[in-house]
Design a protein around this ligand. Structure first.
Ligand SMILES: Nc1nc2c(ncn2[C@@H]2O[C@H](COP(=O)(O)OP(=O)(O)OP(=O)(O)O)[C@@H](O)[C@H]2O)c(=O)[nH]1
Ligand SMILES: [Mg+2]
Length: 205
């Protein structure tokens, strides 16, 4: 699948369609599949498998005890942010044993959402690190589970040692409007980053 600006052909020649690829990443059980399902306008593709007794020692469901399945390849969904601007959402698997899929999923991505749960913030360190190292712009969506203490975005930014330009947005992964806010913030952030990259630094006098 190609992403970016594409000509839509003679029927729609005045209008370009922009399709952007966004990854939804973060630790195990943080709500990635829930987010893609909540916001997608098509029936999301899911690759869920039941959590088994064999995986219990490594699949820590503390805080999400109702969780019965886990993503083993990817989630896929689509949302039209406005006419002519479509986001294709790719949810990553959350467990370390599926890291080998990330490079494939990240190819061609404009940006990423790193979902975080403040009860287990350390679970998203690896995702933050992954996108920082590759220079892929990302926003942090703090999925506010009931019963979890709410921290202001600045406290999460400090705890994750993020630069001031990285958006940190409180959200509810089950709520369409709330997750749309996170997606808009990552698209804006990624577009600003791409403009910055293309604008040459003014040369010293
Ligand atoms: N209360 C509450 N529950 C949530 C929220 N988001 C997700 N859940 C629940 O938390 C569990 C985990 O959600 P998933 O969407 O499967 O998480 P995931 O990040 O895709 O998990 P993996 O793919 O296994 O890493 C599910 O039981 C959801 O119903 C939320 O915002 N609030
Ligand atoms: Mg999942």
């Amino acid at each position: 699948m190609d992403f970016g600006r594409s000509e839509t052909g003679p029927a729609n020649s005045e209008q370009d369609l922009v399709a952007l690829k966004i990854l939804i990443a973060g630790g195990f059980g943080v709500g990635k599949t829930t987010l893609v399902g909540a916001v997608s306008e098509i029936r999301p593709l899911r690759t869920e498998e039941a959590l088994s007794a064999a995986g219990r020692p490594v699949d820590d469901t503390t805080g999400v005890e109702q969780k019965k399945t886990t993503t083993v390849a990817m989630d896929f969904g689509r949302i039209t942010l406005r006419e002519g601007l479509v986001l294709y959402l790719f949810g990553t698997p959350g467990q370390d044993r599926f890291w080998f899929l990330w490079d494939e999923l990240a190819t061609g991505a404009l940006g990423a959402v790193v979902l975080a749960d403040t009860r287990r913030l350390e679970d998203c360190f690896a995702a933050v690190d992954y996108f920082e190292r590759r220079g892929i712009p990302f926003a942090v969506g703090v999925n506010c589970f009931e019963g979890a203490r709410t921290f202001p975005p600045q406290a999460v930014r400090d705890a994750l040692d993020l630069s001031d330009s990285v958006p940190v947005v409180l959200c509810d992964a089950r709520d369409r409007e709330s997750t749309k806010e996170v997606l808009i913030s990552v698209v804006e952030h990624a577009l600003e980053a791409s403009v910055r990259r293309r604008t040459p630094e003014p040369s010293a006098p």
